[in-house]
Structures are given as C-alpha cells and as structure tokens.
Design a protein around this ligand. Structure first.
Ligand SMILES: Cc1cc2nc3c(=O)[nH]c(=O)nc-3n(C[C@H](O)[C@H](O)[C@H](O)COP(=O)(O)OP(=O)(O)OC[C@H]3O[C@@H](n4cnc5c(N)ncnc54)[C@H](O)[C@@H]3O)c2cc1C
Length: 343
C-alpha cells in the first residue's frame, strides 16, 4: 500500500527538479550518493529505453574560465574516476568551441552519459508497474501517526473525507521526502539525536527565451567551487527543448515554492561568465523545488540515509532521509537497495 498525502504522485520534489540523469562525479567515493548514482544512471537509461520514456543522453560540460576553476576540474576528474565514472573527457578551449560554439570556456570536462529525463513519464510508468504488481496506491491519504506493535507497525492515516483509519504492516518504508524526518519521529526516533533533521533548501529556476534555446545543445555547469549546497547555477535543457538556469540554494523555514524575480541578477552574473550571449532581460522566473538537506549552510557533506532500523529496536522500518539530488537518478538503485533490506 502506498500512502500519499497529495492527490497524485510527484506533486513535490520529484516534479520540481532539473530532471538530469547524473553520473556520480561529485560525491565522496564510497558514499551512497556516489554508489547509487553510478548504479542508477544506466538503470535509468535502460528503463527509459524499455518503457519508451522520453529522455535524451545529451551530455554535459563542466566549464572553467579561471585558473581556480580549471584546477577544480582536475580535482573533479580524479574524483569521478575514483567513483567509477570512466567516460569523462578533458577538453581545451578549441574543443569546447567545436562542440558548443556559443559557450565561453578556457577548458571543460565533457560527461557524455549525463542526460535528461521526463520525470513525470518515469513516475507514471512506475505507478503503472506497481499497480500491475499489486500495489494499492492511496492518494489523499496522509500518515499521521505510527505505533510500533510487538510485531510490525500500526499506521494511522487520514482518509480523503477526513476520517481516520489504521493499517497494520510488518514493513514500513518511510520515503516521505520533505517530511521524512517528521515521519521517522512518528515512529519514536529522536530525530536530532539520530542526525535525521532535514533542512529545507529552495532552488529557484529561471527560463530563457526560445530564441536562445538552440544556442546550447548540452547541459552546462560551472565547477562547484563556491557552492557547497548544490552543483552551482547551471544550464539545463528540458525534454521539450527549452533552456533554463538554476537552481540556486536558499535555506527556508517553511515550504514555499515562490520564485523571487530579484534573484535574476545573481543568476545573470553567474551564468554570463560562460554564456556570453545572455542578456539580463532573457531571464524569466519559472519554478522552484525544495531539497531536504541534512546539512545546514556551511556544514560538510551529508550522505543519503537509507536504513533499516532494527538496531534502534524498530525492525522492518526503513527510513529514507535526506533524499536530495541525485535522488531522481538513483530512484531505481535506491529501490533495489531498499528491496534487499526486506527478506
Ligand atoms: C531544485 C532541485 C533540483 C534537483 N535536480 C535533480 C536532478 O537534476 N537529478 C536528480 O537525480 N535529482 C535531482 N533532485 C533530487 C530529486 O528531485 C529528489 O531526490 C527526488 O525527487 C526525491 O524523491 P522522493 O520520492 O524522496 O520525494 P518526493 O518526490 O517529495 O516524494 C515524497 C512524497 O511523500 C509524500 N508525503 C510526505 N509526508 C507524507 C505523509 N505524512 N503522508 C503521506 N504522504 C506523505 C509527499 O506528498 C510526497 O509526494 C533535485 C532536487 C531539487 C529540490
């Protein structure tokens, strides 16, 4: 049974992101983010091919324009190889221009197996397959409380008409996204002590006019020099061929998906360094997504938490906490890992 508080799937983070199939370049070697991304990337492509989901293995350039950025590319290359990402190519300025004549870069890394995916199509297909396999999706059903039983859990939830029901289960998978820390707390876990407290970090997007969309054919990222909370404001193509910039990283206290048009100035000054054709008037507010981050601003890297909680006295409870990027890329590899936790 899938208990989902919204009226359908994908109304939160899974439909408010860059829709990039990442490769696993950036994350510390051995982390779940690195391992599940390296595993999840080919799984995502195979799934798309098998089920006819729109995707485009367009590739990505990480571009440098200063000596510091170029040194950062060297480090990224080493990190990527250590993570098992073996297909990166180092390019000089003339090679970049041959691939992307409208870009400004003194050097770059090309990641050929980065791509984009129709996340809605992916989720719709996953829903269909789960239905065929006997999953009962219960939309507009909000989990409100979890009571550990001598064996398993009693989950209390609100029905669409406001009435309350319960269901008993041996296995409970908490993949509640932005609310996952809260749901773990319902089961009796001391959220702060466990290191499960999530911090909301908004990422805004601005789109560019269609006249500029044809000027870039790959995704373009700066090296993650100054931005520890995300991968830096980058250029992504949408599956329908639009070009957009984003996301930034702003910690917020409450869920709020508004886009502050004043932030266009920061986006413009960052992106102008590698997109010389950009004009300030090109940027139009588009949408925002929210990352469930385990680290506060300035704190070091935190990995995904994907954990069966027997050692906390909660057997059969599997928590997925801090599933920020590259969670979309990893959705199938995460599912495999969770599946292995259930005998
Ligand atoms: C700005 C941004 C850009 C990103 N870009 C990328 C990218 O390019 N590539 C990539 O791989 N990843 C990316 N990600 C990460 C990716 O989007 C997420 O990791 C992934 O979508 C998380 O999926 P989820 O199922 O854990 O969360 P969600 O999609 O948020 O699903 C959780 C669900 O739980 C439900 N829920 C919560 N509480 C309850 C309750 N009490 N009862 C019932 N239901 C409940 C919610 O309604 C929600 O539908 C990005 C994220 C952001 C924010």
């Amino acid at each position: 049974m899938l208990l989902e508080r919204n009226e359908s799937f994908g109304r939160e983070t899974s439909s408010r992101n860059s829709e990039v199939i990442h490769t696993g370049i950036y994350y510390p070697t051995g982390s779940l983010k690195a391992k599940l991304c390296v595993e999840g990337n080919p799984l995502a492509y195979r799934f798309c091919e098998k089920w006819g989901i729109a995707h485009h293995r367009c590739g990505k350039l990480i571009v440098a324009n200063t000596p510091a950025e170029s040194a950062s590319l060297d480090e990224l290359y080493i990190q990527a190889v250590a993570n098992g990402v073996g297909d990166l190519e180092a390019l000089d300025a003339s090679q970049v221009v041959r691939l992307e004549p409208h870009l400004q870069a003194t050097s770059a890394l090309l990641s050929p197996s980065t791509g984009i995916i129709d996340s809605h199509g992916l989720m719709a297909r996953l829903e269909q397959i789960s239905l065929q396999n006997g999953v009962l999706p219960a939309y507009c059903h909000q989990v409100q409380a979890i009571e550990p039983l001598s064996e398993g859990y009693r989950v209390r939830f609100q029905n669409p008409d406001g009435s309350i029901d319960t269901i008993d289960t041996h296995y409970l998978i908490n993949c509640a996204g932005l609310q996952a820390d809260h749901v773990a707390g319902m089961a009796g876990i001391a959220v702060d002590e466990a290191g499960y407290r999530q911090h909301l970090c908004k990422g805004e997007y601005f789109h560019l006019p269609q006249s500029k969309a044809a000027l870039v054919s790959r995704l373009v990222y700066p090296p993650p020099l100054h931005e520890l909370t995300g991968l830096g404001i980058h250029v992504t193509k949408t599956i329908d061929g639009r070009l957009r910039l984003g996301p930034n990283a702003i910690y917020i206290d409450v869920e709020d998906y508004s886009v502050d048009s004043d932030h266009a100035v920061d986006f413009f000054s960052t992106a102008k360094t590698f997109l010389p054709f950009l004009a300030a008037a090109d940027l139009q507010p588009e949408m925002a997504g929210i990352r469930p981050k385990l680290s506060r601003p300035g704190e070091p890297f935190r990995d995904f938490v994907i954990r069966e909680e027997s050692d906390r006295g909660l057997p059969g409870l599997i928590n997925l906490i801090g599933i920020e990027s590259p969670g979309l890329t990893c959705c199938l590899s995460i599912a495999r890992l969770v599946g292995r936790m259930i005998p």
